[in-house]
Design a protein around this ligand. Structure first.
Ligand code: PMP
Length: 440
């Protein structure tokens, strides 16, 4: 009997024995292609010798030193590297141990910033209904999934939610993509005005929506208008790139492709690439200075923030992404995979949409392609696909959910950047078998 408390308590999971490149291998020797990279984590695949060596090297020097007493070489070098490539005026990095912690820190930083500059009434957060920002209570409060939030209500952060920018279902036939983007962004302005601008501290969004929607980018122009609206009302823009950041969408930071820079940026998953638990929150100099010149103490922290071994892993990962030209590779392989998905599933009666950027791709599953009628939730097709794909030796990330109140099952693909051209066929073949088994 296992004494590990699994999330799905009824699941019987195989033991993972090894990782090799794009594959995970269980204790019986079965190989699984890591087609979702552990939810967009394993961008370098498994067993990268450079990252492993960097971690070992740091372990030999010093594994842990509390940040109340010391900073460390890898933390300083990683912060420098991130800032050198970060969009806009981002200028300071606060290291944490994962995505929820990065979002939690971002929300608390926004709040403390307004307290420090004498605007204590700014405490509300606006987010989007189609969003996941993490599972700690603050991050959960920001996220849009009602069913995740409900058991823990009332949550501490006062959050209200607007629609996502989701062209496939929400664009009207009589409007262009540009008009739709404007209309979707203007929901933020309406919400700020409804709440009263003086009470709103931040808007938080994922540039490309991951787990809750299956790699949905916004239409062109949407985030630029969001940026303008935030600026007009003195609201901070927090971008959550925990899943879509670190090269995943074919730019080191996803928001680069939207032409905007946030006031606060959250990253995690691909930063440690699964080698160490690490996340980070980047903020502008102005926000940092509000605390540095004010109380001088950020009212947030955990024992493991800025962990030297985690930072050493992050430094090796980001260096690998940059030095091995992996962002360009993501664009090339992402295009090849998207083409292959279109070729194989473009006319599939149950595939309504194939979307995404770089190696962050999603398939929307529908009951009928023409009407976009969602699948019957009672069929729980996403669960059947997950099981059938796993059986076929493909790890992918299917989710059932609602898209702005409407049912929307989807599959997320986020394979390692180090995959080869030949893996495109393997992914598409195994996915095809899973769809046949689940829908046939
Ligand atoms: N934000 C986003 C966009 C995420 O996808 C996730 C995790 N799926 C999180 C935050 C939370 O990250 P973690 O699970 O590392 O706490």
């Amino acid at each position: 009997m296992s004494h590990v408390f699994p999330r799905h308590t009824k699941a019987r999971l195989p033991l993972v024995a090894r990782g090799e490149g794009c594959y995970l291998i269980d204790a019986d020797g079965k190989r699984y292609f890591d087609g979702s990279g552990g939810a967009a984590v394993s961008c370098l695949g498994h067993g990268d010798p450079e990252v492993t060596a960097a971690i070992k090297d740091q372990l030999d020097k010093v594994a842990f030193a509390h940040t109340g007493f010391f900073t460390s070489e890898p933390a300083e070098a990683l912060a420098d590297l991130l800032i050198a490539h970060a969009p806009g005026a981002l200028d300071r990095v606060y290291f944490v141990s994962g995505g929820s912690e990065a979002v939690e820190a971002a929300i608390k930083l926004a709040r403390q910033h307004f307290l420090e500059i004498g605007q204590p009434e700014r405490r509300r957060v606006i987010a989007r209904r189609q969003s996941y920002h993490g599972n700690t209570l603050g991050a959960l409060a920001a996220g849009g999934n009602e069913w995740r939030r409900a058991p823990f209500a009332p949550l501490m952060i006062e959050t209200t939610h607007i629609s996502p920018c989701y062209e496939y279902r929400l664009r009207r036939e009589d409007e262009s993509a540009e008009e739709y983007g404007r209309r979707a962004a203007d929901e933020l302005e309406a919400e700020i005005e409804r709440l009263g601008p003086e009470s709103v501290m931040a808007f938080i969004a994922e540039p490309v929506v991951g787990a809750t929607a299956g790699a949905v980018p916004a239409v062109e122009g949407y985030f630029k208008r969001i940026r303008e609206i935030c600026d007009r009302h003195g609201v901070l823009l927090i971008l959550d790139e925990v899943m879509c950041g670190m090269g995943r969408t074919g730019a080191l930071f996803a928001c680069e492709k939207d032409g905007v820079a946030p006031d606060i940026l959250c990253i995690a998953k691909g930063l440690g690439a699964g080698y160490q638990p690490i996340g980070a929150m980047l903020c502008t100099r102005a926000i940092y200075d509000s605390i540095a010149d004010g109380s001088g103490f950020f009212q947030h922290g955990h024992t493991y923030v800025g962990h030297p071994t985690a930072c050493a892993a992050g430094l090796a990962v980001v260096s690998a992404i940059l030095n091995r030209g992996l962002v360009a590779r993501v664009n090339a392989l992402g295009a090849a995979l998207k083409d292959a998905l279109h070729e194989r599933f473009g006319q599939h009666p149950n595939v309504g949409d194939i979307r995404g950027r770089g190696l962050f791709l999603g398939l929307e599953l529908v009951a009928d392609r023409a009407s976009k009628e969602p699948l019957d939730p009672a069929r729980a097709v996403h669960k059947a696909i997950k099981a059938a794909a796993f059986e076929a030796g493909l790890i992918c990330y299917p989710m059932g959910g609602t898209i702005d109140g409407r049912r929307g099952d989807h599959i997320l693909l986020a394979p390692p950047f180090v995959m080869e051209e030949r893996h495109v066929d393997e992914i598409v073949d195994k996915l095809g078998r899973a769809l046949d088994a689940a829908l046939g």
